[in-house]
Every structure is written in C-alpha cells, then in structure tokens.
Design a protein around this ligand. Sequence first.
Ligand SMILES: [Zn+2]
Length: 82
Amino acid sequence: MKCRNCEQGDMLEIHENYHYRECGLDNVTIVGITTRKCPECGSVMPMIPNIEGLHACLAQALIKKNGPLRLQLQKKVWKEAA
Ligand SMILES: [Zn+2]
C-alpha cells in the first residue's frame, strides 16, 4: 500500500502504542494497535478499531476526571456516542 501523503513509500505495518493526538487531548495513548508508517516521509496512519467506542471511552474517562462538569459532559457524550 502506497503512502497517501507522499505517494512514494510503501506503508509498513507496525504493532505499537499510539499517542492519539488527533482526539484533542495531550495524554491519550492507545495501547497495542496496528499503525502504518511510511519509510519515505514518516507519515503515520493508525488503524483504530471501533473508533466510536474509543471516543465513548475517552468521554467517560473525561467525565470521571472532571467531576464538576459531569452532567454537562455526559449529555454531550450521550448525543455524540449515539
Ligand atoms: Zn510517505
């Protein structure tokens, strides 16, 4: 599979922990997923299974962390998870 970024490199599949910056949080690491890496440009593409479920879990973790905002966040999460 060619890299979508540079269209030069053949993507290598690697099993690793992935720092999930795309979710907008600084401290989220997804443990043991497959990522595809381009040896040419260094582009990384995570293969995240059930991303909706992941986001639901992230949301639950946020709710537990931020006690005072619990109700507000929970409504938002409920809508987004549905
Ligand atoms: Zn590339």
